[in-house]
Design a protein around this ligand. Sequence first.
Ligand code: 9G3
Length: 577
Amino acid sequence: MRMSRYLLNTLKEVPREAETLSHQLMLRSCMIKKIAAGIYTYMPIGYRVIRKIEAIIREELNRENCIELLMPAVQPAELWKESMRWDFYGKELLRFKDRKGADFCMGPTHEEIITDVVRRELKSYRQLPLNLYQIQTKFRDEIRPRYGLMRGREFIMKDAYSFDVDDKASEKSYWSMYHAYARIFHRCGLKFRAVEADSGAIGGSFTHEFHVLADTGEDTVLSCSHCEYTANIEKAECRQPDPIEHGILEKIEKKETPGKKSVEEVAEFLSVKPDKLIKTMIFSTQDGTSVAVLVRGDHEVNEVKVRNFLGLNAMELADEDLIQASTGGPSGFSGPVGLNIRILADAAVKEMENAVTGANEKDTHWVNVNPGRDFVVGEYGDFRLAEKGERCPRCDKGEYEQFKGIEVGQVFRLGEKYSKSMNCSFLDENGKDKSAVMGCYGIGVGRTAAAAIEQNNDENGIVWPVNIAPFDVMLLNLDIQDDSVNEAAQRLYDDLKSKGLEVLYDERDVRAGFKFKDADLIGLPIQVIVGKRGLKEGLAEVKVRRTGERVKESPENVPAKIEALLKNLKEQEEQRR
Ligand code: 9G3
């Protein structure tokens, strides 16, 4: 492709709104153009990356006998009413009416559609397992789309759905997709972790997220330094605290703590360490009742763990009125003593003695509070946020290391959530009618491209992994006024293309320095520089973008040299862990 005829105008500056590096580099290298908030055009060079990632996804899914189809982006409300999700989702689900006034939505995901498709075709267990996938545009009306393709409103997703005869078979489908995902992200040259995640409202027994490790990631992931256990911080388990031998239980006493609310203020005022306090958070559940959650003063409540334990889809901190009504006192002075609402306590609280807690009275705390004696907890559990550095609950040998991750894929067990409500069933070998057991699997294609940039860049721009680079070679002609240079460059261009290499040929009438800067910004793996000076010695220069390594070769040897360099780069990139 000749640069002078391509649609690629790089930018020196980018809009301030581009906060993350990948967003800035995608705009500067003209990969995307914003049309509206969270809605982008994939410009030619950006779309080539999307196509490369899609090709890798297709190859790996087809290898797992997945079957590709394409479902509609516009979905009828009826199906969402059957699955009872039409009223569950809020403004994130973009709804509209057609000319006859019928209700539709822009598909944010396709469980309802695929279940409807399969229930019409599925009759016998002999047709299972069945794993169908599509690569298609989704729409989710995010309240704050940002970071470019990282959190767009319209985005390209590969979504797959598996149908099996029973849980055991469904688990087999789950792990085959899990391993296909690992191969996909390795081939994209990404360093990633498969992370045990919170299955949240979607239900199903467990789920894994695939996170690309990058400091600008929005998710926090904890990974054990010794065993493979890795979990999203929302889900990471905490080790049971070692039981302490209890000493003297001092007499409980009330203390005036005027205006001292936070753990730090109270601890300092009473000259105790934060881990001697019991922090009491009051939450309101969906039905308007409240629940108290106790954690040690130096720990944080993990609301996702609490919400899942209570089986709630939503839960928030109680407001002042509810705190007053539930505890008899104002916020900031809540405590478990004398509290007659449901109390959950983190396991670490059980091992506390002579602790400090709010007295459910303004400006007042209790000291020498002892669990079991001064208050009774019905339910101890793992309700706190795990922290970096603490011992791994699985192997008890390593400790948690903390990473920031960009979630690029997720694999879910759906069970019979959709097949039951939408009657997607089959006759088993005994002729008995059974609901199909489902799984669903997503990859954010644009997000994968953005994450690849977050992980592969330097001060000059993008450094594309070979397998997803928009082209293989950037060919720079430094002296387009010189016929002999043009002739040599053209021959090299033709030679490289005849070897199946994808070449972007920069023969624009601009200064050399400008071409070098653009080549580094666009970030193709290999640059070939042809100029008057080099050709005088019968040489062209080959530069490896990732390492900066340069080597001079006669033009006829350049193609073979490039193939060797690309092979080497590819091997290194696919081995990343
Ligand atoms: C909605 C809206 C947003 C949503 C959903 C539904 C996320 C929704 C979860 C999934 C689960 C899997 C198949 C591919 C992989 C992910 N956001 N989810 O169901 F109506 Cl507005 O999409 N679906």
